[in-house]
Design a protein around this ligand. Structure first.
Ligand code: PRP
Length: 183
């Protein structure tokens, strides 16, 4: 679906499909130059990163493997505590590999901060982060993010993998929702 299918549920298109694809192509060129010849593994974090992973890896001019993690909070306090639980771990051993975590959004940074530490404890050659979106004003922890698509305001956004109550992940753009949807 695209924004035209949202009726009055949409407030504003923040990032268009063309802007997303152009940015992912640009990042793919830079990232390929950095990792060419190295044992690279892309690690996606379910579910939001599905679209970013699918499009980013197809912009790469060579073959690369991917693996996935799913994490969940221990309760409503988890996002603030930064403690997460692994629901699905990686299928592969990452020791000696150059890991690139692929994410849709860094909000508080707590999820990725935890995932990064967890992966770093498994003896990889390196761990870096690619995120399509980042909310600088929402950061609760400092997180070294090598590749960022777009810095966005601290507003609730959906689309391109990001959901509201599991809806809108299949929207092609990144949009803000009209207040009546979530109030
Ligand atoms: C989102 C997103 C990140 C996390 C970012 O996932 O995909 O993993 O939140 O938030 P943080 O920086 O405040 O930790 P979510 O928990 O909504 O799960 P989903 O990807 O399945 O939608």
């Amino acid at each position: 679906m695209d924004a035209s299918h949202m009726g009055n549920d949409i407030e504003q298109v923040l990032i268009t499909e063309e802007e997303i694809q152009a940015k992912l192509a640009e990042l793919a060129t830079q990232i390929w130059a950095e990792y060419e010849g190295k044992d690279l593994l892309l690690v996606g974090v379910l579910k939001g990163a599905v679209m970013v992973m699918a499009d980013f890896m197809r912009h790469l001019p060579g073959t690369v493997p991917m693996d996935w993690m799913a994490v969940s909070s221990y309760g409503s306090g988890t996002k603030s505590s930064g403690v997460v639980r692994i629901l699905k771990d990686l299928d592969s051993d990452i020791s000696g590999k150059h890991v690139l975590i692929v994410e849709d959004i860094i909000d508080s940074g707590l999820t990725l901060s935890w995932i990064r530490s967890n992966l770093e404890s498994r003896s990889p050659a390196s761990v870096e982060i690619l995120t399509l979106l980042r909310k600088p004003e929402a950061a609760k922890v400092e997180i070294d993010t090598k590749w960022v698509g777009f810095d966005i305001p601290n507003e609730f956004v959906v689309g391109y993998g990001l959901d509201f109550a599991e809806q809108y992940r299949n929207l092609r753009e990144i949009v803000t929702l009209a207040p009546h949807v979530y109030s």
